[in-house]
Ligand binder design. Structure first.
Ligand code: C2E
Ligand code: CA
Ligand code: CA
Length: 566
């Protein structure tokens, strides 16, 4: 083989084996040659014309005959995206010695990976790695821009923090915790509104910036419920919300300071599962002072016996009999009228005075039971609330047994409601305490079952006599059939554990029907009655019979062996 011939052949082989696609067109813009890579990556077809081959309008413009004849395109570089990849094109025209155009060849360099890396870098400069939401820094940048562009509009900076998020991680594992956060981001993408900016700050903290004109508290909470809905584990996620309005004060502060203030507001309600929203304002500090005043006032009220009990009946919906009543505290203030517990119980819980207040309520309950016994109504029962502080920090056993002894009350008549969230910590020791209380004769109820995180977990360790399931927790859910499934399985589980369920917050016949259907017959709620004064309750009871919940427990035990044998 001639050396020349060999060289030509080798050139052809090398070109064909090159990684980069190469295409060559002749002076009539007909395809002259292309290599294998061009066939594979650019899907070049035999006989194609230059104009049909080139999809990129910029490249088409570069290669128009007019520009070509003006000699502007002898050699050029340009980037293009085609066939799902990024390329850098190197083009070179061929002209003969007499200045006649011969053709053009194009070499495509695949730069997809570099592009991606560059994109990724810019992506993560502004996005949160886990959720893909705006990250903290970029969020503040967007907010600053929005404020700048809309100087006259009022905006809200909203901070959100999930209650006891670390429990999700501990109980379900880190991966599940991450999934939960990702799910929140995806939910937001589904329900977001124009002009709302959502960001993940750190961990389980999110921030939302929105026009104030879009805000109406109730609707907003519904929106937030949707965002924080967890459809995988169907957990009830309680998140605290702190709100700062850009109109709250005249001074100009930057977005980060706004967020900090929103968060400050949030912190004021953190730990109180009954509260969700708090607003920041400059008067907060002053209000704290006022709070202290109220505490003094409350202390005085406690000494002056201004706290009284209201009673809400718990009714067996099957036969209308009353199994007992829950005592709920009210403050009869000569100055303010009747004050509801939501206004002072959280305060007392914070400063520890709940210990005294609870004791006062228990004493009122015991006194009432003793009085009824004397009047021939020894079958009536009352349940009292026991705050987590009392459960953990005091000698609950000594104090409560002391009380029933003092008033000669049978312990079976006084039921103890301990909130589910109190069982989160230190279960072993509390299990022991619960057992001692039960051995003494008290019935122990788990209050607000289903609201928190311990639910199923704690049930395996603690044998509770009665579960109180709050329908309000399920009402808030967007997905009705789903929450009905949860309630159903909770009741089923409780029944299997031979533990009767009292459904709280029952307001209508539909709920009664549903609950009876799934095997829950005892209900407490506005459907039968709101909490009443003692006198009203006595009147209510005149026409009703009492029923012993222990009979229901017995019934469940018998059922257990009858029906549920595997
Ligand atoms: P809780 O123990 O879950 O009490 C039930 C609350 O739900 C009561 O509110 C009751 O009025 C309300 N409720 C009952 N039925 C319905 C209904 O059908 N619909 C709706 N929407 N609500 C219903 P209340 O009396 O305002 O008490 C609020 C909370 O304050 C109680 O929640 C309890 O945690 C606390 N509390 C009340 N009294 C005491 C007490 O003596 N000691 C302690 N530690 N906490 C108390
Ligand atoms: Ca209760
Ligand atoms: Ca409750």
């Amino acid at each position: 083989m001639e050396r020349e011939e060999y060289l030509v052949q080798m050139k052809a082989v090398i070109i064909d084996e090159m990684q980069s696609p190469i295409v060559m067109f002749d002076k009539d813009d007909k395809l002259l040659m292309y290599n294998r890579a061009a066939g594979e990556l650019l899907r070049v077809q035999e006989g194609v014309l230059l104009n049909d081959f080139i999809q990129d309008t910029n490249l088409r413009y570069i290669l128009t005959p007019e520009r070509r004849h003006m000699g502007q395109t002898k050699e050029f570089h340009m980037a293009t995206h085609t066939c799902g990849k990024a390329f850098l094109i190197h083009g070179k025209e061929q002209w003969d010695s007499e200045g006649r155009y011969q053709g053009v060849f194009l070499v495509y360099d695949d730069i997809t990976d570099q592009e991606n890396m560059k994109e990724e870098a810019t992506y993560y400069a502004s996005h949160d790695k886990l959720t893909g939401l705006w990250n903290r820094d970029y969020f503040f940048e967007i907010v600053a821009k929005m404020l700048h562009e809309n100087p006259d509009e009022e905006f809200l900076m909203i901070a959100s923090d999930i209650a006891q998020f670390k429990l999700y991680n501990e109980i379900l594992g880190m991966r599940a915790g991450n999934e939960l956060l990702l799910n929140i981001a995806n939910n937001f993408r589904k329900v977001r509104k124009k002009g709302w900016v959502f960001s993940r700050m750190t961990g389980d903290r999110f921030a939302l910036f929105m026009p104030s004109s879009d805000f109406e508290e109730e609707q907003f909470l519904e929106f937030f419920d949707k965002v924080f809905e967890d459809d995988k584990y169907t957990l009830h996620i309680h998140n605290y919300i702190g709100i700062y309005s850009t109109r709250m004060c005249d001074e100009k502060i930057d977005p980060e300071a706004m967020y900090n203030r929103a968060y400050l507001a949030l912190e004021s309600i953190k730990g109180d599962l009954r509260r969700r929203v708090a607003y920041f304002d400059e008067k907060m500090r002053i209000r704290r002072m006022a709070e202290r005043l109220t505490i003094d006032e409350l202390e005085r009220a406690l000494q002056c016996d201004e706290f009284v009990i209201f009673i809400q009946p718990q009714v067996d919906s099957v036969n209308g009999r009353v199994i007992g009543g829950e005592t709920l505290v009210r403050w009869q203030s000569p100055k303010r009228g009747m004050v509801m517990p939501s206004e002072f119980v959280p305060l007392f819980e914070k400063n520890g005075m709940i210990i005294k207040m609870d004791y006062h309520v228990w004493e009122l309950a015991c006194r009432q039971l003793a009085k009824w016994k004397q009047e021939g109504h020894g079958d009536r029962c009352l349940s009292v609330n026991i705050s987590a502080k009392n459960f953990y920090l005091t000698d609950l056993y000594a104090r409560i047994t002391g009380l029933v002894e003092k008033y000669g009350v049978e312990p079976q008549r006084l039921k103890l409601e301990i909130t589910e969230t109190a069982f989160v910590l230190d279960v072993k020791q509390q299990m022991e305490l619960v057992r001692r209380l039960q051995d003494y004769g008290f019935l122990v109820e788990m209050d607000d079952f289903g609201s928190g995180y311990s639910s199923l977990n704690s049930l395996k360790d603690i044998s509770i006599d009665i579960l109180k399931l709050d329908m309000k927790f399920f009402e808030r859910s967007v997905n009705k059939s789903r929450s009905q499934k949860i309630v159903t399985s909770m009741v089923e589980l409780a029944n299997r554990l031979e533990t009767p369920v009292i459904a709280e917050g029952v307001e209508n016949q539909e709920q009664i029907d549903f609950l009876q259907n799934i095997g829950c017959r005892v209900v407490q709620g506005y459907f039968y009655s709101r909490p009443m004064s003692v006198e009203e309750y006595e009147k209510f009871m005149e026409t009703r019979e009492s029923e012993d919940i222990r009979d229901l427990i017995k019934e469940l035990k018998e059922k257990e062996t009858d029906e549920w044998e595997f």
